[in-house]
Ligand binder design. Structure first.
Ligand code: F3S
Length: 407
């Protein structure tokens, strides 16, 4: 691998111990993937922030990097942590866990990382532009950034994303190169899609088919007449979860679709496929639903406004978590949405989410609009799941919605 003078100096330890370790990680990664050089990055997003996933070993690594003088050289934000850093007690998080989680966040802060904890950094000021090389780690955000924004990132692990932050570099391979971004399979969508959960179900239906293919081709999606930011974040999250995809092209929607020819081999997605994907995400009974959550990926302001509208004057009768980035919530505070939502008894779970918080086994059945949340609620937290359209999820938390729903 060719390194320029500055990169070589980092590798030789001339810019401190942590920078040296970071460059060693990137060089090793570059060698594995056959990268010939480093690329400068403009933005980093680090995953592996929850103490639930990091444990003592991860915290120790972060403290070492901070003590070794590591400082982020480019705009760097964090993925969700294991708790709302202000409101953890009301979410039932224990004091010991909170102390450890705060130590994790402090370690990042000492390295000049902006401690906004969100999987939608593109809604909170960490927004790359088309063609920029970045190093992001959260799979849904990676898929969104590559596909919807047209920025370029591999799916980084926690250490490699931190290494990119401390050096401002990433090895030139994979999604950074034109060759790897070519569409490999045409997906003809014949289904009519309305809501986030339809897009999430489509991500699962396509992802399940991609998983069975050895080459893991990049999908070129045709037949979707339009999609909102919220629908695209839902689709990105689901396609990444079920298909391991870091990129898709959507004709008439994403910016690079015009650059690559639609490939010849195709699969098609019908209304039946969407319904089947949803049925596979429902193994719980509404009568036993005791946990309701929205915000996987983290909610936009528009979605929070809609929740406030639906909950105005109502009371929730179930544990209801609304997960978003703190900057988004701060605008919601100013707009009065937070007051309306909290008056209903629903809770903001800012900085965190239903997957990375330490809530394994705490609930029986979760209701959500997110196909990704269903996957992890079942696999990680051992909850039963029910997927519904956004408005129905909100109403299912209220006494009235609870009575109406039945399975
Ligand atoms: Fe974000 Fe947590 Fe879902 S990190 S994409 S809300 S699993």
């Amino acid at each position: 691998m060719k390194l320029n003078q500055e990169e070589q100096a980092m590798l030789e330890g001339e810019q401190g111990e942590a920078t040296q370790k970071a460059m060693e990680i990137l060089v090793a990664l570059g060698k594995i993937y056959g990268a010939e050089r480093m690329l400068p990055v403009t933005s980093v997003q680090i995953a592996g922030v929850s103490y639930d996933n990091l444990g003592e070993a991860g915290l120790h690594f972060l403290n070492n990097m901070a003590e070794g003088g590591g400082k982020a050289r480019v705009l760097t934000t964090l993925n969700p942590a294991g708790m709302d850093v202000e409101n953890w007690e009301s979410l039932g998080i224990g004091r010991d866990f909170a102390e450890k989680q705060n130590q994790v966040i402090q370690a990042f802060s000492r390295m000049n990382v902006i401690t906004t904890c969100t999987c939608t950094p593109y809604l909170s000021g960490n927004v790359p532009h088309f063609g920029e090389h970045i190093a992001w780690a959260e799979s849904s955000a990676v898929c969104y950034a590559n596909s919807v924004i047209g920025a370029r990132t591999n799916r980084e692990g926690g250490p490699s994303a931190l290494a990119a932050a401390l050096t401002g570099r990433t090895p030139a391979y994979g999604m950074h190169l034109d060759e790897a971004r070519k569409a490999g399979i045409l997906v003809e969508v014949k289904a009519v899609l309305h809501e986030n959960d339809d897009f999430g179900a489509m991500g699962k239906a396509i992802g399940d088919q991609l998983q069975g293919m050895e080459s893991k081709p990049i999908p070129y999606v045709r037949g979707v007449s339009g999609a909102s930011l919220e629908q695209l974040k839902s689709f990105s999250a689901s396609l990444a979860t079920y298909g391991g995809a870091a990129l898709f092209h959507m004709e008439g929607v994403t910016p690079e679709a015009v650059r690559y020819e639609p490939p010849l081999g195709s699969i098609s997605i019908s209304d039946i496929d969407i319904e089947r994907a949803k049925e596979e995400l429902i193994d719980g009974d509404s009568a036993e639903a005791d946990f309701v959550t929205l915000g996987c990926p983290h909610l936009s302001l528009k979605e929070i406004a809609r929740i406030a509208e639906l909950l105005e004057g109502k009371q929730v009768v179930k544990e209801f978590w609304i997960t978003s980035a703190r900057p988004t919530k701060q605008i919601a505070d100013r707009m009065g949405y937070t007051a309306t939502i909290e008056a209903s008894g629903a809770k903001f779970a800012t900085d965190t989410c239903c997957v990375v918080a330490p809530i394994k086994g705490r609930f029986n059945t979760m209701v959500t609009d997110s196909a990704k949340a269903c996957y992890y609620a079942s696999a990680k937290n051992e909850f039963k799941t029910i997927i519904k359209p956004f408005d129905d999820v909100v109403l299912s938390a209220t006494a009235e919605g609870g009575r109406r729903s039945g399975k």
